[in-house]
Design a protein around this ligand. Structure first.
Ligand code: IMP
Ligand code: MG
Length: 182
């Protein structure tokens, strides 16, 4: 059953699963012999992170960061705030930043700067969704699950005003849901 606030399903559970398995295989091959540290940018990436790490056949470590750039709206405020920092040192590590969606690029532009200053050996970005049309900062991801058009999507970890994260698929939110509130 589709949620009544969802206009259409963009990616089903099966489609997500098989694409994430491919990403996992690619990362496993690219990092063969290394122990990458996966950094999940919460909260949106929590489900993707859980599935992606299980699709990687390497000795990985995980860490989490809470970053916020959105209020209750659908457009990034441009103000990025670290609400919870990493627990471990990243110096000399091969980092893979795991994001739910790359939109304006504000969040990762800021985060890359902060993390680079801590001297990791390398940093790559893995995002489940990419909306390149909306980019205002020079940021590109090294691994992209799906490139999508400019629509506000929810589900599989992605929220609107903290709702819909638990939908097992990714869907386009009906504009009436946010137009009535913004
Ligand atoms: P950026 O800083 O504009 O690139 O936005 C990145 C963050 O905005 C993502 O990590 C998401 O949490 C959120 N975001 C951007 N687009 C969407 C969307 O379509 N649905 C839900 N969250 C979104
Ligand atoms: Mg969000």
């Amino acid at each position: 059953m589709i949620h009544p606030d969802v206009e259409r399903v963009l990616y089903t559970e099966d489609e997500l699963r098989s694409r994430i398995a491919e990403l996992g295989r690619q990362i496993t091959a690219d990092y063969a012999g290394r122990r990458p540290m996966l950094v999940s940018v919460l909260r949106g990436s929590y489900i993707f992170m859980a599935d992606l790490t299980r699709a990687i056949g390497l000795d990985v470590t995980v860490d989490f960061m809470v970053v916020s750039s959105y209020g209750a709206g659908t457009v990034s405020s441009g103000q990025v705030e670290i609400k919870k920092d990493l627990s471990d040192s990243i110096e000399g590590r091969d980092l893979i930043i795991v994001e739910d969606i790359l939109d304006s690029g504000n969040t990762l532009y800021y985060l890359m700067d902060v993390l680079r200053a801590r001297k990791p050996a390398s940093i790559r970005i893995c995002t489940l969704m990419d909306k390149p049309e909306r980019r205002t900062k020079p940021i590109t991801a090294d691994y992209v699950g799906f490139t999508i058009p400019d629509a506000f999507i929810v589900g599989y970890g992605l929220d609107y005003d903290e709702r819909y994260r638990n939908l097992p698929y990714v869907g386009v939110l009906r504009p009436s849901v946010y137009e009535s509130q913004d």
